[in-house]
Design a protein around this ligand. Structure first.
Ligand SMILES: Nc1ccn([C@H]2C[C@H](O)[C@@H](COP(=O)(O)O)O2)c(=O)n1
Ligand SMILES: [Zn+2]
Length: 157
């Protein structure tokens, strides 16, 4: 008899996105994103970090202070990194991301032709950035779905 407790596609892809987030060096929020095509193939992965050549030992990781002295001007978001790393057309791909996309990533998601956004956390839902994201996704008729029953535990020896 076949196993019944296998991971669903949604659980599997979100687990991979969570593992990608573990690559992030951001001390406060680690985000992972993956792109999946309509054959359930993973096309690309990304996590939040500084761009290539921007030394993450020299640039700031702080959240507070003068904007130029914080991480915000420098960090490349997980979704952006997944999209620019893809080596194929992204029309009709889905994105799995561990945190709801900001407005800047949402513009890129829309322009890339991505069909659906699966996300885990929405901790900045009251921010104008996320409100703007949802307005744009609604206008562009791109579905977004929160993975609610995510209770996958991964332990690798
Ligand atoms: N969808 C998102 C949202 C945020 N990020 C990145 C950008 C920062 O590295 C971090 C947020 O930092 P916080 O303000 O929570 O200290 O997460 C992303 O990659 N994708
Ligand atoms: Zn973003």
């Amino acid at each position: 008899m076949k196993r019944e407790d296998f991971l669903s596609w949604e659980q599997f892809f979100m687990t991979v996105a969570k593992v990608c987030a573990m690559r992030s060096k951001d001390p406060s929020t680690q985000v992972g994103a993956i792109l999946v095509n309509n054959l359930n193939q993973i096309i690309s992965t990304g996590y939040n970090g500084f761009p290539r050549g921007v030394d993450d030992d020299k640039f700031p990781w702080s959240r507070e202070g003068e904007w130029i002295d914080t991480k915000y001007p420098y960090v490349a978001h997980a979704e952006l990194n997944a999209i620019v790393s893809a080596r194929t057309n992204l029309t009709d791909c889905d994105v799995y991301v561990t945190l709801f996309p900001c407005n800047e990533c949402t513009k890129i998601i829309i322009q890339a032709g991505i069909k659906k956004v699966f996300y885990l956390e929405d901790k900045y839902k009251d921010s104008n950035e996320v409100k703007a994201s949802k307005k744009m996704l609604d206008a562009a008729q791109i579905e977004y779905k929160q993975i609610n029953d995510f209770n996958v535990k991964v332990s690798i020896n």
